[in-house]
Design a binder for this molecule. Structure first.
Ligand code: GAL
Length: 843
């Protein structure tokens, strides 16, 4: 493994934690007020790069002849991309709950009529799709341009030769996602951005820039640049000017490189020195921009700006992971690509908000399970200081589902994994490449080794500055056969009890990471008593005491304990940060290899694994991780305190905290103070590799207290002083609807979002924790309803609607801006409750 070195640097360690909740919070579970990240922008820009998202036509179904320019699409729907046709529903038992119970398979067509601007008539024209789900076939003016099967990969076509420079042109895209092609909801459609580029003959190739920082010390950093230039082959000199811009735009280094135009791909390269480099750190992710200006015969022919960061990565077997020389434990989450009620649409604000919520939980790393991510996700991780493990595949050649990517693997895997690396290797946030997840070739020594070696080699041929990994869920097979040793870091899925000697026996020199952990399940706001009784429950919900999971799963506490015992393990990626569409385990399906539909527990249709629900409301588990991953004093208490008429006289109360002690007050009277680390809580454990059927966990404090209406309040103490508290009051009858926007000013770009939390409250403003009142919305002015949701994993209620039932007191209204500035007036009404109104401004 070739790793960058850090010679010397001292660090100021400032914990700049965005607080989700003020120290004193009376009512739990609401999304916080948030701002869009300052200066959010694409990490790669050029003057010749233009959005191609607007003005498409869409048709769901077969459309014979739709590739030909004369085809009449006037009856097709008009829309702007990105778009996911499946999220529009309806949910139906005739679709597979494993993939979200939504109509994602079938044929979909997109067409766009466009003209080439006069200034671009003599240019080369390229169209870039950041992702199309899936099996895209593309035509321009009736000419077949190409096919790209993988739905998660970016691809570009040179369409110059097929264009009319003086009249209208038609691009047509046919997608054919198949049933049984995914273990989760993949979405359907052109769900990521599309771009058009007008380039001169001599230009920087798509994904043609590679910036590294091979040497970094306190006073200097070396920036090495390689550029692939598309040229003409006439042997003349092409000059590239390289400038490094610091965050305020000032040039801090520059140089010029000359390459001889050898046709096709001409490579230019150079190195530069930066004095007093500012490092990309988690709490201060400083970014630089490389500006590449290409000159041909003295004229500027292309300019590309590429953002990068200066940081060192070091992974050791004995000591763990070091970022810029500082030991950094991975506090990671696995995330699928969907954005809940918006489906697969890669909306920039939805992605940013997801990451903000994860950061508040204490997350410092994301694993893009199990596929290449959107550009936006990486751009925001660069800006927010979140490390990313970019993963290529969920499957190689042996199928997990009947119509999976294995069908395309032989023909496409090399191209796909190389394009993943080429596109994403300039992001400072990207710190590890995963070549696969739970690949079934683990059970086949020869194939497992062969393909792992091959894929690892493809990655290394393009980037040796980051390690490779793979998520293994078998033990000991991949370790014994040598497959795990093909990558730099062994990812262990659900094997906390094998950390240490059990894995080191096979991998004496390879660092280990918990690439997928826990898989605990829960439904926000749902508490079943007794806490251990129901794996599944007639309500199709899972208790939020944070103990239940499928047979391979275990409570977060077991992972925490294993990591504490094995400080050499790099850290963990819990499954999952957010709930996602599809895979409604423990409902619907029994294991990952079940064929057929997972509809036995319809309408359970989305995951219960998230620490945060599908609408972005934190579940209790969010706070369990926060108590382990953050330092700002926090305390959380569960369950709710509305147990009248439940028949339960004694209620188990759990507190999650990072304070030294917690005192519980029930109706104002102390039920005792407990000390974290000393006082343990017994929780049942059904993990099939755990020798006991319970755990005495030191990660939660608990009390069993008799129920009477009033309140529970927890106070966290450090050095004997109260530093955090949270109270939950018994709520009275629902009396009012309350609206709280995460952002009250949004951009007039037609795609910005405000997430409006809708609360059902009693007349004193307490959240009614069992309320399911229907709320009717009316929205007027410079925006519209993008979607609604409530985090209930077992409902067929549509996401695109003007009403929603609350789920345990809450639902979510997602408002999308128009392209014109103005006001958005929102009204929320519910029968028998007082109405609320809210104004947003669009600027
Ligand atoms: C893992 C798998 C994930 C998800 C998870 C649920 O085995 O890698 O994709 O299915 O199980 O627990």
């Amino acid at each position: 493994m070739k790793l960058q070195t850090l010679k010397h640097r001292s660090f100021r360690c400032i914990w700049l934690r965005e607080t989700l909740l003020a120290a004193v919070v009376m009512i739990v579970i609401a999304t916080p007020t948030m701002r869009a990240a300052k200066g959010s922008q694409p990490s790669e820009t050029s003057a010749s790069h233009h959005s191609f998202n607007e003005g498409w036509k869409f048709y769901k179904g077969e459309a014979e002849g739709a590739e030909s320019p004369g085809f009449d699409d006037s009856s097709w729907r008009s829309l702007d991309l990105p778009h996911d046709w499946a999220i529009e529903g309806p949910f139906d038992i005739k679709y597979n709950a494993r993939a979200g119970g939504l109509p994602f398979h079938g044929t979909g067509w997109y067409r766009k009529t466009f003209e080439i601007p006069a200034a671009a008539k003599d240019k080369l024209v390229f169209v870039t799709f950041e992702g199309a789900m899936y099996n895209a076939h593309v035509w321009v003016n009736g000419h077949f341009i190409g096919n790209r099967p993988f739905g998660y990969i970016e691809f570009q076509y040179d369409i110059t030769g097929h264009l009319n420079s003086d009249g209208p042109n038609v691009i047509a895209v046919k997608l054919t996602p198949e049933d049984h092609s995914s273990r989760w909801y993949p979405g359907a459609g052109i769900y990521r951005d599309v771009w058009i580029d007008y380039k001169n003959t001599v230009h920087v190739a798509h994904m043609g820039t590679f910036v590294t920082t091979p040497e970094i010390d306190t006073n200097h950093a070396t920036v090495a640049v390689e550029t692939k230039i598309k040229a003409t082959g006439n042997n003349h000199a092409i000059t590239s000017k390289y400038e490094v811009l610091a965050s305020r735009g000032q040039v801090v280094a520059s140089t010029v490189a000359t390459a001889t135009d050898s046709g096709g791909d001409t490579m230019a390269s150079a190195t530069m020195q930066i004095d007093n480099p500012q490092l990309w750190q988690l709490d201060s992710p400083v970014l630089y921009t490389l500006r590449t200006t290409v000159f041909d015969h003295g004229n500027v022919v292309d300019t590309v700006q590429t953002r990068f960061g200066i940081r060192t990565l070091k992974f050791t077997k004995a000591g763990g992971f070091f970022l810029n020389g500082k030991h950094t434990r991975i506090q990671g989450v696995c995330l699928h690509h969907d954005n809940g009620p918006l489906g697969a649409v890669a909306n920039p604000r939805a992605i940013e908000r997801k990451l903000q919520i994860m950061k508040q939980m204490g997350v410092n790393s994301v694993r893009t399970s199990h596929n290449p991510p959107s550009r936006t996700l990486l751009d925001r991780c660069d800006e927010m200081g979140i490390l990313v493990q970019v993963e290529a595949f969920d499957v190689w050649k042996i199928a997990k589902v009947p119509n999976g990517y294995n069908k395309f693997f032989d023909e496409w895997a090399e191209r796909d994994i190389k394009d993943m690396v080429l596109r994403d290797r300039n992001h400072p946030s990207v710190f590890m490449w995963s070549i696969g997840n739970e690949i079934l070739e683990q059970g086949n020594a020869k194939e497992g080794n062969r393909i792992a070696k091959l894929l690892n080699g493809y990655v290394k041929s393009l980037d040796t500055t980051r390690p490779t990994t793979c998520g293994f869920n078998y033990y000991p097979a991949p370790y014994k056969t040598g497959m795990a040793a093909q990558v730099d870091i062994a990812g262990m899925n659900y094997k906390p009890l094998a950390y240490g000697p059990a894995v080191d026996e096979f991998l004496p020199n390879t660092p280990v990471v918990g690439s997928e952990t826990s898989s605990c399940t829960s439904s926000r706001g749902v508490y079943h008593l007794p806490i251990e009784k129901y794996q599944t429950h007639e309500s199709q919900q899972v208790t939020s005491y944070d103990i239940i999971g499928p047979p391979w799963a275990y409570p977060p506490d077991i992972e925490f304990a294993a990591l504490a015992q094995h400080p050499e393990v790099l850290g963990e990626y819990m499954w999952t940060g957010f709930d996602y569409l599809g895979e409604p385990t423990p409902y619907g399906g029994k294991d990952n290899s079940t064929n057929g539909y997972w509809n036995a527990d319809w309408p359970a249709r989305s995951s219960y694994f998230g620490a945060v629900d599908l609408s972005g409301f934190p579940k209790d588990r969010f706070y369990l991780y926060q108590s382990q991953w953050t330092n700002e004093p926090m305390v959380h208490v569960l369950p709710h305190w509305n147990w009248q008429d439940s028949g339960h006289e004694t209620i188990p109360v759990f507190a999650y905290t990072n304070c030294e002690q917690v005192e519980l007050f029930v109706n104002g009277t102390s039920a005792g103070r407990k000390t974290k680390g000393k006082d343990r809580s017994e929780i049942p454990v059904k993990f099939n590799r755990y020798e006991k059927d319970h755990m005495l966990t030191k990660y939660r404090l608990s009390w069993d207290v008799p129920y009477s209406p009033g309140s529970i309040r927890v106070v966290g103490y450090v050095d004997g002083k109260p530093v955090a508290q949270k109270e939950i009051k018994t709520a009275g009858a629902p009396a009012q609807v309350k609206l709280q926007a995460d952002r009250t000013t949004i951009s007039a770009d037609g795609r910005d979002l405000s997430y409006v939390t809708v609360r059902i409250e009693d007349r004193d403003g307490n959240l009614c924790p069992l309320a399911s009142n229907r709320v009717q919305f009316s929205v007027q002015g410079a925006g519209k309803i993008a979607a609604v949701g409530n985090g209930n994993a077992a409902t067929t209620a549509p996401f695109i609607a003007d009403h929603r039932d609350a789920f345990n007191g809450l639902c979510m209204l997602i408002i999308q801006s128009a392209k014109q500035p103005g006001e958005i007036m929102i009204k929320a009404e519910s029968e028998g409750l007082s109405t609320d109104e809210l104004a947003l401004s669009v600027k």
